[in-house]
Design a protein around this ligand. Structure first.
Ligand code: DP6
Length: 329
């Protein structure tokens, strides 16, 4: 056979209403509830996949470094799904390039698996629809199902593997929000999301959080529809705090916050009291995503850079979904 190659790119997304905890078999990544996110522009992952019968094993390179161990195993397991659907035996060489730090609380796995789902399926000869791609990306990383689409996106948790997929809510141009990511370094290796999802059920607060989620989803959809920043800020911060309350009360507890995380949260509430349209949300890491109106972005970014422990501030705006860059079969 000939080699089959494809290249695709995708952006990470920031969850406004979070995915935390699965139902049933964790391998399927069936979220315990719907979630809503914003796909980001300015930050991206580009993946090239080459299936080749002469390869002895799958390989993975991330930013020109060879990856082995669990990272390679996770990629291989994902490629197995693609191979079995395409009836393909060949191993693959996967090359990933990203322009933002991997594993710093920016959903790097979302961008990576959204791009990988598109590149690998295409290289394998499959021509999947966006919903099919979303479901496939979900098998690599839950939040990746949302990065298939651009703009504001909702992941419909669904009852099973065939229905759990994202759908677009509003296109990127609907609302020019800016995400300023206050990058805060890891003092020690954190527990990754996959392990974290498995602990969610050990928190006595998770059931209460999930019972309240439909309300937060409805408020978030409405705030987005009306471009009502005050309403969005309140529900986004409530949702992030509820997820971190679950994390803090899991067994063992998960503490992602660092002193600089708290300092940024503090600064942002002061700015908001002063009339600046800005709010915070934090994923599974110490970095803080500060969502703000485009008009306030420069002022907020300058203030964030002054906080002790903030390494730098990344800027992203609403972006497009996963896209194919080049294919050769
Ligand atoms: C806190 O999608 O990274 O960012 O499926 O194990 O890869 P895996 O988990 P992942 O979890 C995301 C957790 C979060 C919230 C969110 O993005 O919704």
């Amino acid at each position: 056979m000939t080699t089959r190659t494809a290249r695709a790119a995708a952006g990470p997304n920031i969850a406004l209403i979070k995915y935390w905890g699965n139902r049933g078999d964790p391998v399927l990544r069936l979220a315990a509830s719907n979630s809503i996110s914003l796909t980001l522009d300015g930050l991206w992952t580009e993946i090239r996949v080459r299936f080749d019968e002469t390869l002895q094993a799958d390989s993975l390179s991330v930013n020109d470094q060879t990856a082995t161990g669990p990272q390679l195993a996770r990629t291989s397991a994902f490629l197995d799904i693609v191979r079995s659907r395409a009836g393909l035996q060949a191993h693959a060489a996967v090359d990933s390039q990203t322009n933002f730090p991997v594993g710093a609380g920016i959903a790097s796995s979302a961008a990576a698996f959204a791009a990988l789902a598109l590149a690998a399926s295409h290289a394998a000869g499959l021509r999947l629809t966006p919903p099919e791609l979303s479901r496939l990306a979900r098998r690599g990383s839950g939040s990746a199902c949302r990065s298939i689409y651009g703009g504001f996106v909702e992941w419909i948790a669904g009852p099973d593997d065939e229905t759990s997929q994202a759908e677009p809510l509003f296109p990127p141009e609907h609302w020019e929000l800016i995400d300023l990511v206050a990058l805060i370094g890891e003092a020690h290796k954190p527990v990754g999301s996959t392990e974290g999802h498995a602990l969610a059920g050990t928190s006595p607060l998770q059931d209460a959080r999930l019972a309240h989620t439909p309300q937060r989803l409805a408020v978030c959809r409405d705030a987005l529809r009306l471009r009502d920043f005050a309403r969005l800020a309140a529900v986004v911060e409530l949702d992030s705090n509820m997820m971190h309350a679950v994390m803090l009360t899991s067994s063992p507890p998960l503490v992602y916050w660092q002193p600089a995380t708290v300092a940024v949260v503090d600064l942002v509430s002061t700015l908001r009291r002063q009339g600046v349209a800005v709010c915070t949300t934090i994923d599974a890491g110490p970095s803080v995503h500060c969502l703000c109106a485009a008009a306030d972005a420069e002022q907020v970014s300058a203030a964030l850079s002054q906080v002790d422990g903030v390494l730098r501030v990344l800027r992203a705006s609403p972006g497009a979904g996963a896209r194919l860059l080049q294919a050769q079969t």
